[in-house]
Write a new protein. Structure first.
Length: 318
């Protein structure tokens, strides 16, 4: 094999093909640049449009939640103005206060006695009854309620003495409708009359079945009546806050306590629903005015399932 055949010259592109290649490259470079720029602008426009849609959706959810709470407040106002609630609050308030005189039932079989002896007997019976009530409440709270109260809205309970309500009327109400209630746990609402013969139980027997029907119909977990002093004179489900004082008792700093103070401070008898910091409970509490003068308040809790539904639909928006 000769040297000339071993080292043959490589073919060289003609000028025509070189110019064609250069023209192709010069055409693709700006096309790629403009294509990338157009893609970036289109992507930015899509992002902006999506953000606008998200903002619009957020505003829609906000309006939806506002409308929901306005409806709840409207229900609370309607209930507070109903003859049933006004009459119930006017009857239960003095009847609750009359529970302070529970010892009088123990004197029905006592004959005529000297005035001084009668007063001494009344004091002795009152003290004995109070001791029995406190013993029942202490046992009930320590054995059944304290383990669960740590997860509720009571502020750091250290013992039963810190969370048991104050006052003989409250003690007697809780013993009658919590401790001695034959229906346990979540079924306490089925007791219409404690059977003690008190004026309170008589009024409760007439009001309770109707209000219980309201609770079941609208899906409330409870419904409350509170007097001007803050005494929670009625609740449907008879939980641990029943009979307590929302102004000075162990539940004064809960959502219900804050709602009562707001409603009592409002001149028009209305209050916005405050949120509880430790539970998803919201209360719409409005003042009850049978003849222009405020006599107490009706508290309507936001149904938990409806509240969670609206929160879930709004989560992650905006």
């Amino acid at each position: 094999m000769t040297d000339s055949s071993r080292y043959r010259k490589r073919p060289v592109l003609s000028l025509r093909y070189r110019l064609l290649l250069i023209l192709i490259l010069l055409g693709w470079v700006p096309l790629a640049l403009f294509g990338g720029l157009g893609y970036q602008q289109a992507s930015q426009a899509l992002v902006e449009k999506e953000m606008e849609q998200m903002v619009a959706l957020r505003d829609l959810k906000v309006r939806e939640i506002d409308t929901y709470f306005q409806q709840m407040e409207g229900q609370a106002r309607t209930l507070s103005r109903s003859p049933l609630m006004m009459d119930g609050l006017q009857r239960l308030t003095p009847a609750f206060q009359a529970l302070d005189h529970g010892y009088e039932h123990s004197m029905l079989g006592v004959g005529a006695v000297d005035h001084n002896d009668g007063e001494a007997l009344r004091r002795a019976l009152q003290e004995e009854l109070e001791l029995n009530l406190m013993a029942s409440l202490n046992h009930y709270y320590k054995r059944q309620l304290l383990p669960s109260l740590e997860q509720q809205t009571v502020a750091s309970p250290q013992g039963a003495e810190e969370i048991i309500p104050h006052g003989h009327a409250a003690h007697r109400a809780q013993v009658l409708y919590l401790v001695d209630n034959p229906f346990e746990g979540g079924n306490r609402e089925w007791l219409d009359d404690a059977g003690d013969g008190s004026v309170y139980s008589q009024a409760h027997r007439e009001l309770h079945p109707i209000v219980r029907g309201y609770r079941q119909e609208f899906g409330y977990y409870d419904l409350f009546l509170a007097d001007l002093e803050g005494n929670l004179v009625y609740s449907v489900t008879k939980e641990v806050d029943f009979g307590t004082n929302l102004a000075s008792g162990p539940h004064r700093d809960t959502a219900l306590g804050r709602a009562w103070r707001a409603a009592m401070a409002e001149e028009d008898g209305g209050a916005l629903p405050p949120l509880s910091l430790s539970a998803s409970r919201i209360f719409c509490l409005t003042g009850t005015r049978p003849r222009g003068a405020k006599v107490g308040g009706v508290a309507v809790p936001v149904p938990t399932r409806s509240y969670q539904y609206h929160r879930t639909r709004s989560a992650g928006v905006g």
